[in-house]
Design a protein around this ligand. Structure first.
Ligand code: WTA
Length: 647
């Protein structure tokens, strides 16, 4: 987060009372009572909720198994199938005709898919996967556009107990290859293409490319024909989704699965090494995706139309486009395309046309829409909106106020939700009709969540700044990093090992009311448009180019994206013609377009301490165009500063 934003947040004093509503949490007292129930009887309260809200194949007798921390297990002797909870139970209770998914295509096409229809398709897809040899415990990678088939594929995997790993369609063939290989997937599900800004993006081409050099574990590619573009076809390996599903029965019994069965792996960036595969369980994850829909969004399945704009390639899309709304038996809107295409009114047009009631997006999108001007939202009827959410990065008070006034017409509570890929669902967020809000603060931990701001020794900071930790386990917590136990412990649990706290990687401040203000990452992870990127990943991509000797990447302030990518590069060559473009394209090819540096500055040297460590704070100051505040007395070569500053 950039300094100006932090300063405006630090000066923020406005408080907004929650509007009145007939809701599950109607006052802060109610929030307190529910939160207190967890303090008094932690396991009993979780156990009760899990019994009440989920449909079990075999009920559990133990809520939390903490015999081997940090490898916590929840409801572990129970058995449950997530797809049954998202589909069969609703159909069984007479909700089969209710719309599960409203799909809006960029080109204007719309589909309404009922629960009955979704269940039938999920069964056919599950039978298709079985026919391709996929068994419980196998991994299936999805590289898909935002179409209903993506949700069907996820649910089909869940139905047969295959662990899915969705890879965002904007990642390059190389990134896809890394993820397929790390997961050891036997099947990849993709589409011929997906729409963005009126152009069909050739997803299958990237999969073909990924598979051409490695990915030996993959036996089949299941391809949804969606873009209408020509694709190469490898007989025997490639299978047409629609043809295959048409040949299958629409009945597929849900596999009996243990609560702790790995539901999915989702790759996310850390401060070191390659992206790590975050593993989520079935029961615990589902419980929290289900409950947070009600807690943070006041979701009413019978009347709400919920729209989460995140791509399913991210955790937000998993929990709040697919599993959360469907587990509640509600209606989720999915949009394939760019929010500002063909113009910046697209989002508001969709809200009007589909009568969206709960809308959830990222501050970056809000900032881009503010820039486009108020005429766009003002041209549409947004009166159905009742709750507005944000996620992914700190929201600056100006963006919060615009969202509140121009979109919410001062009627809709703003829910700023803090959470992570690792947490599975919301951790800190207001209850929309109970918690008074302050622009820029995610407010208070959700009932059941124990979050604190602590100092470097792990001592709780009552008021002031520090590091954000979770002091107790929670059902939807990550179960590990795929194939790397020690990295799991080192990354999240080592820092406060003596206390047993989960370290989130974020800095935060607690104010006089106990409200939490997230200040951004304290590690080498960037947050670009709400997307996580490791500086080291981008540095490795840069140095893999033959012209590059060394690279150091830091974040820089960006009015729209929150954070931009600034790369300092030393070269092996003296020829710099077009090299900025070449290197940007190279990073795009190695990782994906989202990782392209905004600025690349060439230098003959990088600032290092005598022990050879790159002085990142100094580089951050330079990238922000600020006066240098760091101690440079240990800098070997002081003359390099002017070059780094671009002088
Ligand atoms: C940041 C996204 C401020 C934070 C769900 C976290 C936020 C990282 C907020 C996780 C928020 C997420 N306010 N910062 N409301 N929500 N973040 O794994 O730095 O893609 O650690 O999960 O995003 O990003 P991830």
């Amino acid at each position: 987060m950039n300094q100006d934003n932090i300063e405006s947040i630090l000066e923020e004093t406005r408080i907004f009372s929650p509007p009145q509503s007939d809701t599950s949490f109607s006052s802060l007292d109610h929030w307190q009572i529910t939160s207190d129930a967890f303090t008094t009887d932690f396991e009993g309260t979780w156990g009760k909720l899990a019994q009440q809200h989920l449909t079990w194949q075999k009920t559990f007798t133990q809520v939390l198994d903490e015999t081997n921390p940090p490898f916590y297990r929840w409801f572990s002797d129970g058995q449950i199938n997530l797809s049954e909870n998202c589909l069969d139970r609703h159909v069984k209770y007479g909700l089969g005709d209710r719309t599960a998914i409203i799909w809006q295509g960029e080109a204007g096409d719309v589909r309404h898919i009922s629960y009955t229809e979704l269940l039938a398709n999920v069964c056919k897809a599950a039978n298709t996967l079985k026919s391709l040899g996929v068994k419980t415990g196998d991994r299936v990678v999805l590289y898909m556009p935002m179409i209903p088939e993506t949700a069907m594929a996820m649910l089909a995997c869940a139905r047969i107990g295959a662990t899915h790993s969705v890879v965002f369609g904007g990642f390059s063939a190389q990134s896809l290859r890394d993820r397929i290989e790390d997961a050891g997937a036997s099947v990849v599900i993709t589409a011929d293409g997906g729409y963005r800004r009126g152009v069909v993006h050739a997803l299958k081409l990237s999969v073909d490319d990924a598979l051409s050099q490695g990915c030996k574990s993959v036996n089949h590619l299941l391809v949804v024909k969606h873009g209408g573009n020509d694709v190469a076809w490898q007989e025997g390996r490639d299978v047409d989704w629609h043809e295959a599903l048409a040949a299958q029965s629409d009945i597929c019994p849900a596999e009996i699965l243990d609560s702790e069965h790995p539901l999915f792996i989702l790759y996310t960036s850390g401060s070191t090494g390659k992206p790590k595969g975050i593993v989520h369980s079935t029961a615990g994850y589902l419980l929290w995706a289900h409950l947070t829909m009600q807690y943070s969004f006041d979701f009413k399945p019978e009347s709400d139309v919920f729209w989460c704009t995140a791509d399913v390639g991210w955790i937000t899309g998993h929990s709040y486009s697919v599993y959360g709304p469907l587990s509640n038996g509600g209606t989720s809107l999915m949009y394939e395309g760019v929010p500002t295409y063909p113009d910046a009114g697209r989002i508001w047009k969709i809200c009007q046309e589909h009568q969206v009631t709960v809308f959830y997006t990222a501050p970056t999108a809000i900032r881009a829409l503010i820039k486009a001007g108020d005429d766009y939202p003002n041209a549409y009827d947004l009166s159905k909106l009742r709750v507005l959410g944000t996620v992914g990065e700190p929201i600056n008070p100006e963006a919060w106020m615009w969202y509140h006034k121009t979109i919410g017409q001062e009627r809709c509570p703003i829910v700023d939700t803090w959470w992570q890929t690792e947490t599975g669902g919301h951790m800190i967020a207001p209850m929309p009709f109970a918690t008074p809000t302050k622009p820029g603060s995610a407010t208070l931990p959700l009932p059941g969540v124990f979050a604190e701001v602590v100092d470097a020794d792990g001592e709780v900071v009552k008021e002031g700044g520090g590091l954000l930790v979770l002091t107790k386990p929670w059902p939807s917590m990550l179960r590990g990093i795929w194939g790397d136990k020690s990295r799991f412990i080192e990354t999240y649990w080592q820092k406060f090992a003596n206390k047993g706290y989960y370290f989130a990687g974020d800095g935060a401040r607690k104010d006089e009311d106990g409200y939490i203000w997230i200040m951004g990452r304290v590690d080498d992870v960037l947050n670009v448009s709400g997307h996580r990127l490791g500086t080291m990943e981008i540095e490795s991509a840069l140095v893999s180019h033959p012209a590059v000797a060394e690279a150091a990447v830091v974040g820089c302030p960006d009015d729209i994206k929150g954070e931009g990518i600034f790369a300092f590069v030393t070269l092996k060559t003296t020829e710099t013609n077009d090299l900025v473009q070449v290197l940007r394209a190279h990073v795009s090819q190695e990782i994906g377009a989202i990782a392209k540096p905004d600025v690349i500055r060439f230098t003959h040297d990088l600032p290092k301490t005598r022990s050879g460590k790159i002085m990142r704070r100094l580089l951050r100051d330079i990238a922000a165009g600020k006066a240098i505040t760091s101690d440079i007395s240990t800098l070997e070569n002081q003359s390099v500063i002017a070059i780094l500053q671009g002088q």
